[in-house]
Every structure is written in structure tokens, then in C-alpha cells.
Design a protein around this ligand. Structure first.
Ligand SMILES: [Zn+2]
Length: 552
């Protein structure tokens, strides 16, 4: 559901008001001497001039797209301790934690020359202690793993396995982001998750945050998260892993100075997208960060379908790029300044971008250093120059990737293939240019560059196969008539025109044995044998392509 411009303005206004209130409250209520010391240490550790204490309680919050989908963190967060009434923590446990914080602060102060390095710490454990008798009385069961305590009023067989899944994800997250530093209070990393069937049960037990800490699906705050149950087994696990990832990614910086939303939400979606398999001995194996192979086993996910719905193919095919697909550009998905999500579809595109950056052979090494960074400023300072250096190719590749994205996308064969040489109409004035298109690859750069207003004749020939079962399906450039893909015959040669600045991509253009293509923009001409990006491995052969200028 899109947010109307009016809603967006209102939201921005509310955010501004809440942020101002927060700063006021921080000054008035949270800057006790002990807290001020922590503020100072955090500022030293992060080199940040905007000194704000990592908040310890969930905020009041109301103006944001709801889903978590809804924003589950918000830079406008307002800690309001009096509105959050958790189960009471025992004073002895609290005192022990506080004593540990003091010891670590003192040790840090003695660190002298290497103060910044020694201050690489995790937030202290801010979770309330749990009262088992009160939990049992309320009908809430506790399931404890090393990294997750899960509280739920759902049947045991529905949820008892989930802490072990979080333990597996924790190991995977440490492999990616690095080993977590020690906590200020010496506590181990552990999160308390609330998986809620009946909200009133949790509210009556004092386990819900303030009523103004709203969420439709799930939301986290430091070492805790809350999520409503979903009917889909896969999506229940997915949401839990998503929130757990947020807890992991924010445990060093708290809820302030968070990286931009495309990164926070995209990486949470990336790691939460998982696949569970069972081996011969019936033990389960979980793989995180997958691209779903299909719909079965990923019920409730639907990110690729959501992306595809956002640029539904039009019914008519044209021989020009007058019809542009409404695929969000890289600038739209990875904005330089926006921190908040205003559309639900941003979760899907942010997931796709993070998967793309983690998987594409040309970009994953460039973006891997982000794993060692934590704050918005650090990440923005790295991403900005990277984008400058990689543009426009990365923008073009992004559009072509999204255009072809499907479940079971073939990572070996379906990323766009660039041409090492280019030709223009100036060269076509004296000679016909040729290239080959492989049936086993998705979008391929023909090398042809057209300026706005130019036209070119395209002629295709050759025989190739578009399937190998039960025997090769032989096709010629017009395609075969027994199967269709995206409304065009399977195997038909199709083109797309991508603006050379990477700002838009055209609808698919039917080429077949030949056509004349005209462009209204400066573009590169890309070709493929019409087929799914998930079904390239059973194709073989090439198409011979000739480019010439139309007769005057
Ligand atoms: Zn999230």
C-alpha cells in the first residue's frame, strides 16, 4: 500500500516533532551523571558529535508505514520509560549488571592511548528479568536458546524449535559481520523475542511496550523484539530471523545513528530469507541469505512477486523505447538521504538490492567492507564514493537484473553480460556490424550504442535450443509456438534499451528474425533469447545478429 504525498508530509512533520521532543527529553530526563559518562564514551567511540544515549526502552511511535514490513526502527524514536512496564527485573541482577558496566568503564578509562579501540563494545543487556511464575500464570511459555529467549502463547510444537534457528543465524551473522565485541556489562549476546498470538495476553502480563510503539507484524528495540504470529510457517520463521538480525546489527550502536533503511531492512531481509532442508537422518540444515527457488517452502514471502507487480508488463510490444518500465532505479532504492521507508514495496526492493550486492561477481567485493561498518555515517561515507566509481554500470546492471528477476534466478548465467567493444551509427554508416547472442545467457550487451532519435535495423539468424527435455527444443529467432514466456514465444529474440545513464529501461521489444528499433534516448541495446532467468541451464547455441542503418 503506497503512502499518499499528503501522508508523507504529515509523517515528516510528526517525525520532526517527535525528534525534537526526544532531544528535549534526553536533556531533561536521561542525562544523569552516569548516563552522561556513557554518552561521552559512546561519542568518543564513534566520533559522533550528535551525542545521544542508546535508549533503553522502546519508544512511542505512530507515524510510519505499518508492516514489518513496517518500520521497526525509527530515528524519531522517543524513549519513554514510564510508558514501558516490563516484568520487574530483580534488583540483584540489575546491580550485578551495573557493577560490570562500571568495571568496564573504569578499565576503559585506564586504556589511555587506544581509547577508541578499547571502546568497541556492545550495549549492556537492557532486558527486564522474567518472572516464570507470572509467565505461567499468564499462559505464556518460555523457550530458551543460547542467543534467543522466546516467549510465546502459541502451541509448543509451533515455536519450540525457533531459538535453535536463531542460534544458527547468530553464527552466520558473526561470519558476515565479524565477532561481536564484549558488552559493557559482560553479558553474552542474547535477545528476548515475543511471538504473540493474543496481544492482550502479553499486555496483561506486562510484556508489551507502550501502546504507541506500534507495529503490524514485528518490531525490535535493542535486545528485544515483538512480532505477531502469522499462519505461514515459513514467514513466521522469516519475521523472527528478520527481527533477530536487527537486534544483532544494532547491538553496538543502539537505535540512533542507524544506517539508512535500504541497508538495515535489506540486510535483515537478506539474512531472514532462508531455506531449511532435512538430511537422511532427519536433522535439519538451514541456509541463510538464499534467493528462493520457488514458492513452495517460502509461503508468505512474495518479495519477487511484489517487485514484478510494480512494473507489470504492458500488453503491447513496440519497436522503440517509448514505453519505459517503472522499475525503481538504483538512486530510488539506495537514496543518499532518505532514512525512512514510505512504501511497503521498499522492503522487497531493498532485499533485492542487498542480494544483488552480495551475489554479483563484479560488486560483492566492492561492498563487502560494509560488513565491518556500523553507523550511518561510516556506511554512507563508503557507499557514496563506491557508487560514484561504479556508475553508470551498476545502475544499468541493477535495472537489467530486476527486469529479469524470478524465483530460482540463475546466478551463473543470468547476470547481465557486458560487451568489451562498442559500436555507434557512425561506424554503421560504412559497414554492417555483427554480434552473437548465446541462448544460455540472459541479457547480453550487443555493444551497439544509439543516440536519441536514431534507428537501426536488426537481423537475426541461427538455430539454438531452449530446452533439453525430453530432447532439445530447437528454435530459430522468431521463437517456438508451443510455449510462451512473458507473452512472447519462447526462444524469440527480444531486445531492451537501457539509458546510458542507467536511469530507465524499456519494455521488451520483439525482434524475431528482424525489425527496426528506434530510440528517444541515448541507450545501449541489449538482447536475449526470450526465456526465464531461472531456465538458462538447459539452453544451447547462438543467434547471429546483424546491425545496419535503415535505408534513407
Ligand atoms: Zn525490519
Amino acid at each position: 500500500m503506497a503512502v499518499s504525498p499528503g501522508q508523507t508530509v504529515m509523517k515528516a512533520w510528526h517525525v520532526m516533532i517527535r525528534r525534537n521532543r526526544f532531544r528535549q527529553r534526553m536533556t531533561q530526563e536521561y542525562c544523569e551523571p552516569q548516563t552522561l559518562l556513557l554518552c561521552l564514551l559512546w561519542a568518543l567511540a564513534c566520533g559522533c558529535s550528535d551525542v545521544q544515549t542508546p535508549a533503553s526502552t522502546p519508544p512511542a511511535n505512530s507515524a510510519e508505514p505499518t508492516t514489518e514490513r513496517g518500520m521497526d526502527f525509527d530515528l524519531s524514536a522517543v524513549p519513554q520509560a514510564e510508558e514501558f512496564v516490563p516484568l520487574q527485573r530483580s534488583s540483584s541482577a540489575k546491580d550485578n549488571r551495573q557493577a560490570a558496566v562500571s568495571r568496564n568503564v573504569a578499565a576503559t578509562d585506564a586504556g589511555g592511548n587506544d581509547r577508541r579501540a578499547s571502546l568497541k563494545v556492545r550495549l549492556p543487556d537492557d532486558r527486564p528479568d522474567l518472572n516464570d511464575a507470572r509467565l505461567a500464570q499468564a499462559g505464556i511459555r518460555r523457550y530458551e536458546g543460547r542467543r534467543l529467549i522466546l516467549l510465546s502463547d502459541l502451541p509448543e510444537d509451533t515455536v519450540a524449535h525457533l531459538p535453535a534457528l536463531a542460534d544458527q543465524l547468530f553464527d552466520h551473522l558473526e561470519l558476515h559481520f565479524g565477532t561481536l565485541p564484549k558488552a559493557l556489562d559482560d553479558s553474552d549476546f542474547q535477545v528476548t523475542g515475543h511471538l504473540i498470538d493474543n496481544e492482550q495476553t502479553f499486555r496483561a502480563a506486562g510484556l508489551m511496550p507502550s501502546e504507541t510503539f506500534t507495529f503490524d507484524h514485528g518490531r525490535h528495540w535493542n535486545y528485544q523484539f515483538w512480532m505477531f504470529d502469522t499462519d505461514d510457517q515459513y514467514y513466521r520463521r522469516h519475521l523472527l530471523l528478520h527481527e533477530f538480525t536487527h537486534c544483532f546489527m544494532t547491538c553496538e550502536i543502539g537505535m540512533l545513528r542507524l544506517p539508512d533503511s535500504w541497508y538495515m531492512e535489506g540486510m535483515a531481509e537478506y539474512f531472514a530469507t532462508h531455506h531449511v532442508t532435512k538430511d537422511a537422518s532427519d536433522s535439519t540444515q538451514t541456509t541463510f541469505g538464499v534467493l528462493p527457488a520457488g514458492f513452495e517452502g517460502f509461503e508468505g514471502w512474495g518479495r519477487i512477486s511484489e517487485i514484478r507487480r510494480s512494473f507489470l508488463e504492458r500488453g503491447t510490444q513496440t519497436a522503440s523505447d517509448t514505453e519505459q518500465l517503472t522499475i525503481p532505479t538504483l538512486d530510488d532504492v539506495m537514496p543518499n538521504d532518505a532514512k525512512l521507508f514510505t512504501r511497503y514495496s521498499q522492503y522487497a526492493t531493498s532485499w533485492a538490492l542487498c542480494w544483488f550486492l552480495q551475489s554479483h561477481p563484479d560488486y560483492r567485493e566492492h561492498f563487502h567492507p560494509l560488513a565491518k561498518l556500523r553507523t550511518r555515517a561510516e556506511i554512507a561515507a563508503t557507499v557514496g564514493p563506491l557508487r560514484e566509481r561504479l556508475q553508470p554500470q551498476i545502475k544499468i546492471d541493477w535495472l537489467l537484473f530486476v527486469e529479469a528477476l524470478r524465483e530460482n534466478y540463475d546466478i551463473e548465467r543470468s547476470f547481465p553480460v557486458h560487451s568489451k567493444t562498442t559500436i555507434t551509427t557512425t561506424e554503421l554508416a560504412t559497414a554492417v556490424a555483427t554480434c552473437e547472442i548465446q541462448a544460455a545467457l540472459d541479457w547480453q550487451d550487443s555493444g551497439l550504442r544509439l543516440a536519441a532519435g536514431e534507428s537501426v535495423n536488426v537481423k537475426c539468424s541461427g538455430r539454438f535450443s531452449v530446452n533439453d527435455r525430453p530432447k532439445p527444443w530447437i528454435s530459430e529467432p522468431q521463437g517456438i509456438s508451443i510455449d510462451y514466456f512473458r507473452g512472447l514465444p519462447l526462444g524469440q529474440v527480444v531486445a531492451t534499451l537501457v539509458r546510458t545513464d542507467g536511469d530507465s529501461i524499456s519494455n521488451r521489444i520483439s525482434v524475431g528474425t528482424g525489425t527496426t528499433i528506434t530510440t528517444a534516448h541515448d541507450v545501449s541495446v541489449w538482447l536475449q533469447v526470450n526465456d526465464s532467468s531461472a531456465s538458462r541451464q538447459n539452453n544451447a547455441g547462438v543467434v547471429n545478429v546483424e546491425f545496419s542503418l535503415p535505408q534513407q
